[in-house]
Design a protein around this ligand. Structure first.
Ligand code: GDG
Length: 470
C-alpha cells in the first residue's frame, strides 16, 4: 500500500531533527539521529524531496545552513532540512518547561509532576509561532504539512488561515479528561490541534480519550466515525500504531558479525541467563519498579542467584530537570543495594550502565538477552519491545500491560509493573518457559511486526489523512 501523495510536497515538522552536524577533528560531520521517526520518515522524505523543519540542536548545526537556515541532508541529493534556532530562554521555558514539565507529565497522567508556570506557557506560544512563521515562509500551494508530537500543538491553528492541509501524529499517550483538564490552557491546546484535518494516536484508548476531551470543551463529536466538528472545521481522528523497520532488524539477526557481537556480549557476563532492559531516563519507564521486581526475584527464587544477571542500560535524558537527576540517584542507590544484598564471588546481579551509546553498540544486547524486561508505567508505544522481538528467535518479552505496544503484542508475557510480586513471578516464568512455547510466541509476534512495520504505518497514515479531506 504505497501512499499516493499525487506529487504533493510533504512538509514535515517536528521538535527533533533527523540529522545533526557536529565538530569532529577540525571538520564538521553529519550524523543521522537514531530512532523510529527518522528511520521511518527519512526514506519518504528522500523520495518525496519534501522539506523537514525542526529544532537544530547539533553543536555545528548553524555552521552549515544557508541564509534561510536550510541545509540539504544527508547530502546534496537528499532533501532540505530547515533548522529552527531556539534561544537559551526558549530551551528552558518551551522545551524543558512546557513540553517536558507540562505536556509530558499530564499526557502520562502524572499530574503531581506537572509544573504549570505562566512563563512556560508564554514561551510555548512564542516557539509555536516561530515554527508557524517558518513554515509559512516556505509554503507552496498543495503542500501537506505533517506535524509531530506534543511540542507543537498550536501549529495547526496558527496555519489555519493559510488554508493548508495539516495533520499531527501524537507519539505519547493521550490522557483521560480527568488529567488533561488540569492544564490551565487546555482549551487553547485543543483548539490548536482541532484546526488540523487529521490527528492520529498509537491506540484506540488514546483516540477515545482525545474525542472525549474535545467533547468536554464543547466540540460536537461523532464517536463512532471518530470525527470532531469544531468552529466550522472537521477533524478526523484515527489510531495508527507506529511500527519498526522490521526488515532491517530481521536482516541484522542473520548477520554473522552481529551474531558474533551478541555472543561475545553474552560470554562477557559469564552467566546462564541474561535479563536486559534499556530506556531513556524517565519516570514513565518504570525503572525503579523494575529494580524492586528484580530484588524480589532474586530473593524469592534464590536458585537464580549466580545463574542470572540483569543488565540495565539507561540513556541520559532531560538532565536539565531536577526531577530526573533525583530519579537517577535513587536508581543508582537501589542498584547498589541489590548488589550488596546478593553479590557472590565474581557474580554481580545487576550491571548498570548510564550513558548514550550508538545503536550499533546497543543492538547486540537484544540478541544476547534471554529475557527483555519492559515495565513502563505508561507508554505511547515502546519501540524497544518491538525491536527486541524482531531480532530474537528464542527470547521472551516481559511487557508492561500499560505500554501501547501491549495492545498489539498478544504473544508477550504481560505484567502490571506496580505489582512487585507478579513482576518477580513473571521473570521466573519467562526464564522457565519451554523452547516450543517461546518459538510459538515469537513466530506470531514477528508475523505482526512484519505486516505492521514502519512502512505500513507511514503509508496508512498518509492514506487516512488524504481520505480525511477528500
Ligand atoms: C516516544 C514515546 C513511542 C534507546 N537507548 C538508546 C537508543 N534507544 C532507542 C531504542 C528505540 C528508541 O531509542 C526509544 O523508543 P521508545 O519507543 O522506547 O521510547 P521514547 O524515546 O520515549 O519515544 C514512545 C515513541 O515515541 C515512538 O512513537 O513508542 O512511547 O515515549 O528505538 O532502540 N538508541 C541509541 N542509543 C541509546 O542509548 N542510539
Amino acid at each position: 500500500m504505497e501512499a499516493d501523495l499525487e506529487d504533493k510536497r510533504l512538509v514535515l515538522v517536528s521538535n527533533g531533527e533527523p540529522y545533526k552536524h557536529v565538530y569532529r577533528n577540525q571538520d564538521i560531520e553529519i550524523e543521522k539521529l537514531a530512532g523510529g521517526l527518522t528511520t521511518g520518515l527519512d526514506p519518504v522524505m528522500q523520495k518525496n524531496k519534501g522539506l523537514w523543519i525542526a529544532w537544530g540542536r547539533g553543536e555545528a548545526d548553524f555552521e552549515v545552513v544557508n541564509q534561510n537556515n536550510k541545509v540539504m541532508v544527508p547530502d546534496e541529493d537528499g532533501y532540505p532540512l530547515k533548522r529552527i534556532e531556539l534561544t537559551d530562554k526558549e530551551k528552558n521555558n518551551f522545551y524543558y518547561g512546557f513540553a517536558n514539565e507540562v505536556m509530558w507529565p499530564i499526557s502520562h497522567t502524572f499530574i503531581s509532576k506537572a509544573n504549570f508556570k505562566e512563563e512556560y506557557w508564554q514561551s510555548y506560544q512564542k516557539v509555536n509561532q516561530k515554527y508557524a512563521k517558518s513554515i509559512k515562509e516556505e509554503l507552496k500551494e498543495d503542500d501537506l504539512v505533517w506535524i509531530h508530537d506534543y511540542h507543537l500543538t498550536l501549529v495547526p491553528g496558527l496555519l489555519e488561515e493559510s488554508n493548508t492541509k495539516t495533520s499531527l501524529f501524537w507519539h505519547i499517550p493521550w490522557p483521560a479528561w480527568e488529567a488533561f483538564r488540569t492544564i490551565p490552557w487546555r482549551e487553547e491546546i485543543l483548539e490548536g490541534m482541532l484546526a488540523a484535518d487529521f490527528l492520529a494516536f498509537h491506540t484506540d484508548l488514546f483516540v477515545y480519550n482525545f474525542l472525549n476531551c474535545a467533547k468536554k470543551i464543547g466540540a460536537e463529536v461523532d464517536f463512532s466515525n471518530k470525527e470532531i466538528f469544531y468552529q466550522n472545521s472537521k477533524t478526523k481522528v484515527e489510531s495508527v500504531p507506529l511500527g519498526i523497520d522490521f526488515q532491517r532488524f530481521n536482516n541484522l539477526a542473520k548477520d554473522d558479525d552481529y551474531l558474533a557481537q551478541a555472543e561475545s556480549v553474552k560470554a562477557s557476563y559469564d552467566t546462564e541467563k541474561l535479563i536486559f532492559a534499556v530506556d531513556r531516563l524517565d519516570y514513565t519507564k518504570g525503572i525503579e519498579e523494575r529494580l524492586k521486581g528484580i530484588d524480589r526475584f532474586f530473593e524469592k527464587y534464590p536458585e537464580y542467584q549466580t545463574e542470572a544477571t540483569f543488565v540495565q542500560r539507561v540513556a541520559p535524558s532531560r538532565m536539565g530537570i531536577e526531577e530526573y537527576q533525583q530519579m537517577k540517584e535513587r536508581i543508582e542507590k537501589k542498584v547498589a543495594e541489590i548488589n550488596g544484598k546478593y553479590q557472590k564471588d565474581q557474580w554481580v546481579p545487576v550491571k548498570y550502565f548510564y550513558g548514550s551509546v550508538p545503536q550499533a553498540e546497543l543492538l547486540p544486547y537484544y540478541k544476547a538477552a534471554d529475557l527483555a524486561l519492559i515495565t513502563a508505567l505508561i507508554d505511547g508505544m515502546n519501540l524497544v519491545a518491538k525491536e527486541y522481538l524482531a531480532v530474537q528467535d528464542l527470547g521472551v518479552l516481559l511487557l508492561s500491560e500499560f505500554a501501547g505496544a501491549a495492545e498489539y503484542l498478544d504473544s508477550a508475557l504481560k505484567v502490571n509493573p506496580y505489582n512487585t510480586e507478579a513482576l518477580a513471578d513473571s521473570i521466573y516464568q519467562g526464564l522457565e518457559m519451554s523452547e516450543t512455547e517461546k518459538e510459538k510466541r515469537l513466530q506470531q509476534a514477528k508475523a505482526d511486526l512484519k505486516e505492521y512495520d514502519i512502512n505500513w504505518w507511514r503509508d496508512y497514515f498518509l492514506k487516512k489523512w488524504v481520505e480525511s479531506y477528500e
